[in-house]
Ligand binder design. Sequence first.
Ligand code: ARG
Length: 469
Amino acid sequence: MAQLWGGRFTKATDKKVFAFNASLRFDQRLFPQDIQGSLAHAAMLAKQGILTEEEKEKICKGLESIREDVFAGKLSIDMAQEDVHSFVEAVLIDRIGEAGKKLHTGRSRNDQVALDMRLYTRERVEEIYDLLKELLETLLHTMEENLDTYMPGFTHLQKAQPVTLAHHYGAYFEMFRRDREQLTDIYHRMNLCPLGAGALAGTTYPLDREYVARLLHFDGVTRNSMDSVADRDYLIEFLAALSVIMMHLSRFSEEIILWNSNEYQFVELDDAYSTGSSIMPQKKNPDIAELVRGKTGRVYGALMSLLTTMKGLPLAYNKDMQEDKEVAFDAMDTVADCLNLFDGMLRTMKFRKERMADSARNGFTNATDAADYLVGKGVPFRDAHGIIGRLVLYCIEKNTSIEALSLEELKGICDKFEEDVYEAVSLKTCVEKRLTAGAPGRKAQEEAIRQGREYLAGSEVLGRKECAP
Ligand code: ARG
């Protein structure tokens, strides 16, 4: 098939040049959006009297037939064309003749690709937003069931103070909630229609850009025609948000890998979500968590790639921008897969609650509480800190724990200890007395769960899930 822009040329494009320049191999993914955008454009051209009703009817029927045939597998996307826009237009002209040649009136591939990419990205933002909601539901459900599941909390990967599983999951709930809120923000900023910007300087036809924007469910139109075709900020913002989501998934994965290790044994991964070793029969590996952690790199890579591509580009459209697609598509697919798989892994994972509580009991996670106990008996905190430090040393030498010492032994170190110390440094007390907002105590976590539920019930629904015309 001939190229759309052949008129000015006397020689055919070199084969290698054509292949290097072409984007159809990857931008065919924008096929549904390209049809959708063209249908809206044609409807607007007719409304403005630029096309006759009859021409519009022909064009729209033609576009719909192309869509149906491609979806049904009756028409294959022909790699002889340069990009998806050229493919659709060439088939349209082939099918309906003269009227097909009028579709591109008042439009450039620059604003066309800007529109297609925005429509596509908008759908993926909605998808990731919905997947995050599912993950948040999973987290909240586990939180509700584990308000009293004690476990050690760590700093420097050293046991620090006891927390609960609800509290630990609650930290991830906050991360993914922020990610989701970030997407809402990006969605609203990007939801403006660039079509009508033309190549860069608008057009002399009396286009009704607002009408196209309404048909495609945008909140309005972009404000500057040069920026409209040169802008990929929304994509960069989305890739940045996806990178943060991956960073959170990766941290969570790392914890699950640790919890699943022989040393911790806090969790048992479901057989359906783990894999074996070809040589070591005893192994059950956390491959899903490792892969999610590993795939973080390629999503960061996509962000770096696009930032670098856009850096130094003069206004307005430059062909460099064609490089936005492969990396962005890969990042979106990767994050959608990771969220799906990760959620499934969490839903099927079992907790070994006794091991977790035992682990919290050992390792002096109640040392701060023991010091606070002495403070309650009138010892200044700094002195109490020193006394408990010596007590811990004594326990390490005797290979025992604070609560296992007799009252005589305790009094031997500080005469302020009384019988009530055992209650004060018990695991239950250590957790339940922590009731500041956001702390692991039951009341504080019940409130966190209430707020989480309220957020999920009240959060906005993004998108309409179906698109006109
Ligand atoms: N394939 C191109 C892209 O992805 C479409 C826009 C082409 N515009 C142009 N002036 N060559 O960016």
